[in-house]
Design a protein around this ligand. Structure first.
Ligand SMILES: Cc1cc2nc3c(=O)[nH]c(=O)nc-3n(C[C@H](O)[C@H](O)[C@H](O)COP(=O)(O)OP(=O)(O)OC[C@H]3O[C@@H](n4cnc5c(N)ncnc54)[C@H](O)[C@@H]3O)c2cc1C
Length: 500
């Protein structure tokens, strides 16, 4: 059925994941009078990657992820990326605190919990790396409170389940920082959409966006399929955000903007092992990140995570990476092939040739038997038994492929905002560090797409996010202040103000 309804609005957000939720919430604060509509193809918000069972829920602040600190050729540790990610997470903490303080989110424990973040390595060479990393980070104000130990007795206190029944003589070491978090991004997304709904944002579930076209007046016309009635609707907006997670690339390509060309996507699937034995769950308290295996992509670093899901403590191991041609968990096997266009075919093929080893690795991962997965788990929990663990399928991560200085068809592991030069449309691609840095990335969307409003909005943004535009590393007093106040508001354990 076709409806000729032409419905005009200021802003259309496509997709009801954490990114649209964050952008919508920022806009509601900055321009409350703007009319916002959301179209989501599923029946609820936060059902794809943002769902708590589809991601690892780590509040990425580079406290434990070894892939954010690399070893330079001279043997020293590059902490530049770790600093950036930590600063970005501080921005999320400030915005979330603002929402709690304004009572827009009532109970922070519904979406964020304190949990120690740890890195664990085995073998002399890895221990040397971890120690150097610890030395480089622990002197930095952003990473204060980090501890290092290679003493088995200390490690038994920190990670009893991991140390129990460990017979290998291989040396083992860990770092620990109590300032880490577990974030239930699914709950956060739902809370933000509840807040938007009660502030007159129209949210249309079971509505799939099929196409986007520029109108002669310079607006965007969005073609939407109402999956319940079967009707096709047309809505126009001055600004459209494509926040479709893995589904963003196909819609970005439909816009036809020059910035959408020569970009491809490489889907990586995921699996978690979930502990079904509550006694074991209670014996572990922390997010423990290991080192990626040789040939493994950086986002498939295995970790053993205490999680807080459905008001219960849970224990998850993974994610195991894998390959499917789908761009969304609920996507189609034709997604990858359908994203091949004349303008990106060379980029995609170049990546295909360059990334043969990665593709082979991912396919091998898909074929892993549960016994093989158990072997990997036993590197963390030597006494693990298969019957205590179930398998859940995680979300899809579509990594961006583009032509860079490093050559044609280079695989990117970060998140990327792609927008038109006139700022009327923006899309978010990529998946890492992902949801943790949603506020920083959505502020980037605002800066790129609404430069003419930034002067007017700056005071309000600074009220919500006092460190906006500043480096916290260069402003230690502000850092102390922010860490203490956000910890208090978000219930993350009060921090003492030591700076005066
Ligand atoms: C295995 C795994 C582990 C991860 N671990 C972490 C972690 O520990 N910490 C972290 O910060 N991040 C993590 N991430 C990344 C994080 O989950 C994502 O960055 C984040 O959830 C992306 O949010 P989004 O809103 O862009 O996408 P999504 O949450 O996927 O939302 C996109 C929405 O768009 C909808 N949609 C798609 N196409 C259309 C269409 N045509 N019309 C209408 N609606 C459409 C989808 O149904 C979906 O609801 C992980 C991801 C995965 C997969």
């Amino acid at each position: 059925m076709m409806s000729n309804m032409q419905k005009k609005t200021d802003v259309i957000l496509i997709g009801a994941g954490v990114m649209s939720a964050t952008l919508g919430s920022l806009l509601k604060e900055l321009a409350p009078e703007w009319e916002i509509k959301v179209f989501e193809k599923l029946a609820n918000a936060g059902e794809e990657s943002s769902n708590e069972w589809n991601n690892a829920g780590t509040g990425h602040a580079a406290l434990c992820e070894l892939n954010y600190t690399s070893e330079k050729p001279d043997g020293s540790i590059d902490i530049g990326k770790a600093i950036n990610i930590n600063e970005q997470f501080q921005i999320s903490r400030q915005f979330w605190s603002h929402l709690v303080q304004r009572n827009l989110i009532r109970n922070p424990q519904d979406f964020i919990m304190p949990i120690p973040h740890m890195s664990l390595v085995q073998g002399e060479e890895n221990i040397v790396f971890l120690k150097k990393r610890f030395e480089a980070l622990s002197n930095n104000p952003l990473f204060q409170g980090m501890e290092f130990s290679e003493d088995p007795e200390k490690l038994k206190e920190w990670i009893p389940l991991i140390m129990e029944g460990r017979t290998s003589d291989e040396p083992i070491a860990a770092t620990k920082i109590d300032d880490g978090t577990d974030v239930n991004f699914g709950a956060l997304t739902r809370l933000l959409f509840d807040h938007l709904k009660s502030n007159h944002v129209e949210i249309h579930y079971n509505h799939s966006v099929k196409d986007l076209k520029r109108t002669s007046e310079g607006l965007w016309e969005v073609k939407v399929h109402d999956l319940e009635s079967g009707e096709i609707e047309h809505h126009t907006a001055k600004f459209v955000f494509i926040g479709c997670g893995g589904g963003s690339l196909p819609l970005l390509q439909k816009t036809g903007i020059p910035e959408s060309k020569h970009i491809g996507g490489f889907p990586v699937s995921g699996l978690f092992m979930v502990c079904n034995n509550q006694e074991l769950v209670e014996q572990h308290h922390g997010k423990v990140y290991g080192k990626a295996k040789v040939g493994a992509p950086p986002m498939s670093v295995p970790h053993l995570d205490t999680r807080f899901i459905d008001n219960k403590k849970a224990l998850l191991f993974g994610p195991f990476a894998g390959f499917t041609p789908k761009f969304l968990k609920t996507g189609s096997n034709f997604d990858l092939i359908g994203s091949l266009k004349p303008d990106n075919v060379i980029t995609m093929l170049s990546a295909g040739v360059k990334e043969m080893a990665l593709t082979k690795y991912l396919i091998q991962q898909v074929m892993l038997s549960n016994e093989k997965r158990l072997e990997e788990l036993r590197e963390f929990i030597p006494t693990a038994k298969l019957e205590d663990w179930d398998i859940v399928v995680a979300g899809q991560r579509v990594q961006v492929i583009k032509d860079t200085e490093a050559g044609k068809g280079t695989l990117q592991f970060g998140t990327e905002v792609v927008s038109s030069t006139d700022g009327s449309v923006a899309a978010l691609l990529g998946a890492s560090p992902g949801a943790s840095t949603a506020v920083h990335v959505m502020l980037e969307v605002l800066e790129k797409c609404f430069p003419e409003y930034m002067f007017e909005w700056e005071a309000k943004i600074k009220e919500m996010i006092p460190s906006f535009g500043l480096s916290l590393l260069d402003n230690p007093a502000l850092l102390q202040d922010i860490q203490a106040s956000t910890a208090k508001t978000l219930g993350l354990g009060e921090k003492e103000l030591v700076y005066s």
